[in-house]
Design a protein around this ligand. Structure first.
Ligand SMILES: Cc1cc2nc3c(=O)[nH]c(=O)nc-3n(C[C@H](O)[C@H](O)[C@H](O)COP(=O)(O)OP(=O)(O)OC[C@H]3O[C@@H](n4cnc5c(N)ncnc54)[C@H](O)[C@@H]3O)c2cc1C
Ligand SMILES: NC(=O)c1ccc[n+]([C@@H]2O[C@H](COP(=O)([O-])OP(=O)(O)OC[C@H]3O[C@@H](n4cnc5c(N)ncnc54)[C@H](OP(=O)(O)O)[C@@H]3O)[C@@H](O)[C@H]2O)c1
Length: 456
């Protein structure tokens, strides 16, 4: 008889959760996966009944399909380089059916509370009223659904006569028709939403407190994220090359009236848009600096200029939130969370995070690799470094991220796509050797099945 394995709970069946489902199923690890919605795909399901999707009607991906696809399930070449959200949602449905994962997911079942008992067993309370016990917990609840509004709110926002909304609530540009619209931010939501507004609004203003390099979708006729990027070469060298290439392709943002970037390419989360400069060049989007105050029907910017405004759209990002944990157990204040390579909690055994990272590139192949890594760990085939080394790795990684990226709450979980995969493959090899030296010990004892569900 094969030895008992830890029993695992997976929270979420978005693109990260389904990769975890596959990895555990492949390895014969017992698990339950709980998904609030009635389908897989999370953010990519436009109008998802979980209420958490930020997808708008005309959302297209900004990384190319070949960089977004899972390594073991390529996207069909019949779909475009930068597909629509419907293609992406369909792809996740197909993935689940292709690998026979659907029956392993409990739909319309939310995890309300997750607590680790003193004996290490996880007590998972579901919104069905049921409580189940597990040896390990994989969190894949997504990090682009809890709206971050400007903090603190702008002076006058409580009395603003128009509409204030967050990008998460944006559906399509019909709300902008004939209106004066101010879009705040210089991330990808601000790019898409200001461009969409620019086709129907009376005026569209794009306000930003920092500059960004605008990365086109194509350079040299190829998706920009498919340009050569060898993680074995020093980052500074690659950075110089790509920085010069982007600059040659789009020029300096200040030439278009956008703020001058105070950083080089690769020191902020990439702002990708093939359309924004065009719309600015046509005069249909007017760049502005940060908002200073809202004044009745008007918005005042920090340069003293004032415009009429019916709608202000805050494209100000998202919070990393785990509503099922007690805040004193685990939280990510200001999006700060320290994990070993964005997956393993240094102090809590049997707790893993999948997809909790912001790549220069797509999340899915990284979530897939993370899932396989955790799967190996749960089988005892990968062992973590010694605690002191693990902490040093986290500390060094945090210091490097702070040094490289411009200060922002959106730059707390950054990774480089190719470098991350490369380093992870190496770490898995080293951890496999450690595991062999330790006799392939299971990282968490399988005792949840034997533990009694507490009364009440
Ligand atoms: C507008 C927008 C565009 C984006 N475009 C790209 C892109 O082009 N490329 C890219 O790589 N990334 C993009 N992203 C990032 C996005 O986070 C990822 O594409 C992807 O959705 C991450 O998948 P996930 O499974 O980690 O999270 P999600 O897609 O958010 O899925 C999380 C799942 O967990 C479930 N869940 C949450 N809490 C619970 C609970 N308590 N109990 C049970 N189930 C729960 C949810 O119902 C959901 O199904 C974009 C994000 C936004 C907001
Ligand atoms: N087409 C697509 O594929 C697509 C579309 C939309 C979003 N996305 C993805 O979704 C994720 C979220 O993107 P996002 O654009 O919504 O958020 P984001 O990347 O976190 O960007 C937030 C922006 O708001 C600014 N901001 C935050 N607080 C502010 C304040 N108080 N005052 C002024 N500016 C403020 C930030 O500036 P600072 O940098 O100065 O903090 C930043 O420019 C990203 O991964 C993105 O790539 C993809």
């Amino acid at each position: 008889m094969s030895p008992a394995l830890p029993k695992v709970c997976i929270i979420g069946a978005g693109s990260s959760g389904i990769a975890a489902v596959k990895a555990l199923k492949d390895r014969g690890i017992p698990f339950d996966c709980f998904e609030k919605s009635d389908r897989v795909g999370g953010n990519w399901v436009f109008g998802n009944k979980n209420g958490m999707s930020a997808a708008y009607r005309d959302l297209f991906i900004n990384v190319s399909r070949e960089r977004m696809q899972y390594a073991d399930y390529p996207m069909p070449s019949s779909i475009p380089d930068f597909p629509h959200h419907t293609h992406i949602a369909r792809y996740f449905e197909d993935y689940v059916d292709h690998f026979g994962l659907r029956e392993s997911i409990e739909f319309e079942t939310g995890v309300e509370h997750a607590a680790r008992r003193a004996d290490g067993v996880w007590e998972i309370a579901l919104d069905t009223g049921e409580t189940r016990l597990y040896d390990a917990l994989l969190v894949a609840n997504g990090h682009h659904w809890d709206q971050r509004w400007p903090e603190p709110a702008f002076p006058g926002s409580e009395d603003f006569a128009g509409v204030q909304m967050h990008a998460h609530a944006y559906v399509d540009n019909s709300i902008f028709a004939g209106r004066d619209v101010v879009v705040l931010g210089i991330g990808n939501s601000a790019m898409d939403i200001s461009v969409e507004s620019s086709y129907v609004a009376r005026n569209t203003y794009l306000a930003a407190r920092q500059g960004a390099w605008i990365i086109p979708k194509y350079i040299f006729g190829r998706p920009v994220d498919q340009l050569p990027n060898n993680p074995r070469l020093p980052f500074k060298l690659r950075q110089r090359l790509i920085h010069q290439t982007i600059k040659a392709a789009t020029g300096s943002p200040e030439r278009f009236g956008l703020p001058k970037p105070n950083h080089k390419f690769g020191e902020a989360h990439p702002t990708v848009s093939g359309r924004i400069l065009d719309r600015i060049a046509h005069g249909t989007i007017q760049p502005k600096p940060n908002i200073a105050a809202l004044e009745g029907h008007r918005v005042r910017f920090v340069d003293g200029s004032v415009v009429d405004a019916d709608i202000v759209v805050y494209c100000t990002g998202y919070k990393i939130t785990f509503p099922f944990f007690d805040p004193d157990f685990l939280a990510a204040p200001d999006n700060h969370i320290e994990l070993f390579r964005r997956v393993f909690h240094p102090d809590i055994d049997g707790l893993y995070f999948i997809g909790l990272l912001q790549p220069l590139g797509a999340i899915m192949p990284l979530a897939e690799a993370q899932s396989a890594w955790v799967g190996d760990h749960l089988l005892g085939e990968y062992a973590l470094p010694q605690p002191a080394l693990l902490r040093k790795d986290i500390h060094d990684d945090q210091a490097a991220m702070r040094k490289r990226y411009i200060a922002s709450k959106r730059h707390t979980i950054q990774v480089d796509y190719d470098d991350y995969l490369y380093a992870l493959a190496r770490e898995r090899r080293e951890g496999a050797e450690r595991a062999r030296a330790q006799g392939m010990r299971l990282p968490v004892a399988p005792r949840a099945d034997a533990a009694a569900v507490p009364a009440g």
